[in-house]
Design a protein around this ligand. Structure first.
Ligand code: XIL
Length: 372
């Protein structure tokens, strides 16, 4: 049962979420978490204020079994000053996840954004900047992996390092300071540090947006194959999935990317899914950007968005053997970073939208197939 806004006042403080979390076991699944069993993990990305919101917490515990910090495990949040770590917000999410038997995804070690300036400042101690920045990265990765040892099952090692056409990202202070092999170095460090703690099972992930664009697909596949040939560990490919509610990208295009990524032997993670419904705006990976050519979105039609979510989840179900997890980037529309995009499966009041039910139906169909 969903807790509606109207009934919140009737809910007594201290309600035990766990008691209701698994009640649907015996009957047909009524919540996503149950329905996704055996297919893939189903996740959500949240700010830690979600855990002091009764409705949001209830949804997270009942519908999802994997959590990502929307911002609080990023470099600027966890190490704002060199050597001064802040784990408090991340700990809140990890504790909630443990209480409700959920996996945790760490986001993210190396990214050109939300990384503090000090990382790229020259200490003028005679060392080359490549050495300085690599040492800072290693220190950071070691501190986070030590702190959350045994509590985080996958990490985005590198985030958003390619342009859509497959060239290396133009603006990257990491690449500028370390050199062209910066991603390889980051994965080598993450693997080395993971091994120090017996954390070899932690999945090391490359994550990016527009991961269906042919140039990017080719570049990522090439990188993964190069890594494998050199013995550099990479376990999963994260497709952010900031997509449009019209047919962009098309199901065929997404499927072609799945085939290419699955052929590398890596697992696929749908890592940041949201589907923009606003005409005249594109869901670009940098947020909603004005683009007058974008028409045909489902801005006024909840049913069209439901259809789109359903078709996409049918595809996820078809490829469930290659997909490790599907994570939505937020709970309800008012929590979304895409203001006005109404891109999520719960509305502003955290009530389920029609697309919630189309996702549920896709998962249930998938589960029926599994049982055959
Ligand atoms: C976004 C968050 O949702 C916002 O709250 C923040 O202001 C900016 O970052 N790609 C990523 C995510 O890898 O970390 C971004 O998250 C969305 C795009």
């Amino acid at each position: 049962m969903f807790i509606s806004m109207k009934s919140v006042s009737a809910i007594v403080a201290g309600i035990c979420l766990g008691a209701v979390a698994f009640q649907a076991e015996a009957q047909e699944a009524t919540r996503l978490r149950e329905a996704a069993k055996g297919l893939f993990l189903i996740g959500n990305a949240v700010p830690t204020r979600a855990f002091s919101d009764l409705i949001a917490s209830d949804i997270l515990a009942q519908d999802f079994n994997r959590l990502t910090c929307e911002n609080e495990m990023k470099f600027d949040a966890t190490e704002p000053q060199e050597g001064q770590f802040n784990f408090r917000a991340g700990d809140t999410l990890v504790e909630f996840a443990q209480k409700y038997n959920m996996k945790v995804h760490g986001h993210t070690f190396l990214w050109h954004s939300q990384t503090p300036q000090w990382v790229f400042q020259n200490p003028n101690d005679g060392r080359p900047m490549r050495e300085v920045v690599l040492a800072r990265l290693e220190n950071h990765i070691r501190a986070l992996m030590t702190h959350w040892k045994g509590k985080i099952q996958s990490w985005d090692v590198c985030n958003e390092c390619f342009e859509d056409d497959g060239r290396p990202r133009g603006f990257s202070p990491w690449r500028q300071n370390i050199g062209d092999d910066y991603m390889e170095q980051a994965f080598r460090i993450a693997d080395k540090v993971a091994k120090e703690f017996g954390e070899e099972k932690v999945l090391l992930v490359y994550n990016d947006f527009n991961m269906y664009k042919p140039g990017k697909v080719q570049a990522v596949v090439k990188m993964v194959n190069d890594f494998k040939a050199k013995g550099v560990r990479i376990d999963a490919i994260g497709m952010q999935a900031h997509w449009q509610s019209n047919d962009d990208p098309s199901i065929e295009t997404i499927e072609a990317a799945f085939k290419a990524y699955a052929a590398t032997g890596c697992k696929i993670i749908i890592s940041e899914m949201d589907i923009n419904t606003r005409n005249g705006f594109r869901n670009s990976g940098r947020g909603l950007e004005r683009d007058d050519s974008v028409q045909g979105n489902a801005d006024s039609s909840a049913d069209a968005l439901a259809k789109r979510y359903g078709q996409i989840f049918d595809l996820f179900v078809k490829y469930h053997e290659s997909i490790y997890a599907v994570t939505l980037w937020g709970i309800g529309d008012s929590w979304s970073w895409l203001r006005g995009g109404q891109p999520l499966i719960f509305d502003n009041n955290l009530d389920p939208k029609p697309c919630y039910y189309s996702v549920l139906e896709s998962l249930k169909k998938g589960q029926k197939e599994l049982k055959k």
